[in-house]
Design a protein around this ligand. Sequence first.
Ligand code: 5GP
Ligand code: MG
Ligand code: MG
Length: 180
Amino acid sequence: MDNDIERVLYSVQDIQEACKRLGTQMAEEYKDKNPLIVGVLKGAALFMTDVIRQMDISAELDFIDVSSYHGGTESSGEVKLEHDLSIDVAGRDIIIVEDIIDSGRSLKFMLDLLKERHVNSIKVCTLLDKPSGRVVEAKADYVGFIVPNEFVVGYGLDYRNQYRNLPYVGVLKPAIYENK
Ligand code: 5GP
Ligand code: MG
Ligand code: MG
């Protein structure tokens, strides 16, 4: 897998430091709120488990799965709910944990969905933010890194469902897409 990576953007240590910084900040802000922390499958699975370990407060976890990408490196524009939450969110303080915000469509879809369910508050924590990709307005409250306009993989992020288990975030060699 390492052989397919052209360059590493965020190392294991960079990611660890970001999890610590964001987790500590959220723990401080949510210490008396018992937040419901919602991880977005599958991309945010690794980030979710690392960042919550930095939050020494009472909290609950749940997962949601939405899809907008259909296998390639370009978003299709259409967002679908693949798997809903299992916990009632009415009156709760929600933190959505995302891998990356690109066009903003997935995040907007989830915010619209959850707001209809009468939550008390919603904030968004994302490992990566790619502001150059925005098509709709969407803003994260806690951001690990601002990424350049490139397709990245690793640490949860996939290309055709591969590379999620890389421990760092990197850019694929162009030959990987060109051969497909
Ligand atoms: P958005 O709806 O903001 O365009 O994109 C949301 C989803 O698209 C992300 O959660 C992620 O799954 C996927 N995505 C966006 N940019 C990238 C990228 O650079 N690399 C990978 N692997 N996935 C991306
Ligand atoms: Mg995602
Ligand atoms: Mg994907």
